[in-house]
Design a protein around this ligand. Structure first.
Ligand SMILES: *[C@@H]1O[C@H](CO)[C@@H](O)[C@H](O)[C@H]1NC(C)=O
Ligand SMILES: *[C@@H]1O[C@H](CO)[C@@H](O)[C@H](O)[C@H]1NC(C)=O
Length: 256
């Protein structure tokens, strides 16, 4: 289980920080690495893609639905999202889904036909929440962009370059059109309603739901190791990443 985790995180971290692990012939965004054998080879991730394709085609039970209610500048949210949720999703996306709801402890007030929002960490946080909300609406591969933003030293300033790196097909202007326009306002109101509908109501963030449910026990387990929780809860055939015993690391080169 350790080996693929290290490999994949090395790939992600190296692309993140401009490293050279990914071969220079890899000019595709991560979302397309497994789209063909050629790109998988060019990007040095063939083994991972083959395993992930195999697991997907053999998925035998409903995926575990992980929901995260959070706000873009809350330090604990950033740590959970970047160090727990995202790495778990990279390894287990065949058996889990992730729903992100950026809003958290914000408050909304109606203002004519629109809403105005007041965020716990100020206006910059409202902007971060809005950018992430628009990303989630406008692309099916928003999560790597959001991971990139949340792991940067400046969540807001990094947004444009994170989008260019992970989703070069989507223009920043389109995202900003949503952020400043009616669409963003409507989508943020939906986030407010989803957050208010939580049962039990949230009293902190990051607030985790598993298959739509929140309990202290599930929250504690998710915080301790979401990876273990998802592997344990998944009812179908466990993927290799969960450590199903398909791998044999015990292999020695003996001396004379
Ligand atoms: C993974 O599956 C997709 C869709 O079935 C296929 O097009 C692609 O070539 C596969 N990738 C690899 C590396 O086998
Ligand atoms: C984006 O938002 C619009 C307007 O609320 C909605 O109709 C559409 O289904 C959303 N798309 C996604 C992928 O969430």
């Amino acid at each position: 289980m350790k080996a693929p985790l290290l490999l994949i995180m090395t790939v992600w971290l190296n692309t993140q920080y401009g490293g050279s692990f990914v071969s220079s012939s890899c000019s595709h965004p991560p979302s397309q690495w497994c789209s063909s054998l050629d790109t998988a080879i060019q990007c040095g991730v063939l083994k991972h893609c083959l395993e992930s394709n195999f697991t997907r085609s053999h998925q035998t039970a409903d995926p575990i639905q992980v929901g995260l209610y959070y706000e873009s500048l809350c330090p604990g949210c950033r740590i959970f999202l970047t160090e727990m949720l995202f790495p778990t999703w990279v390894l287990l996306h065949d058996i889990m889904t992730v729903t992100l709801v950026p809003y958290g402890n914000a408050v909304e007030k109606p203002d004519g036909q629109k809403y105005v929002f007041d965020c716990q960490h100020g206006e910059q946080e409202c902007l971060g929440n809005m950018i992430e909300t628009c990303l989630l609406n406008m692309t099916s591969i928003a999560f790597p962009v959001i991971f990139c933003m949340e792991s940067s030293s400046d969540v807001i300033k990094s947004a444009k370059s994170c989008l260019e790196l992970y989703n070069p097909g989507l223009s920043w202007d389109k995202i900003m059109g949503c952020v400043k326009g009616d669409l963003g306002n409507q989508l943020m109101h939906l986030n407010a309603m989803k957050t208010k509908a939580l049962n039990p109501p949230h009293n902190y963030v990051p607030w985790v739901t598993i298959n739509g449910e929140h309990t202290d026990d599930l929250q504690d387990k998710a915080m301790a190791s979401l990876f273990t929780l998802v592997c344990n809860m998944y009812k179908g055939t466990k993927p290799a990443a969960c450590g199903g015993g398909q791998r044999h690391f015990k292999s020695y080169c003996h001396n004379e």
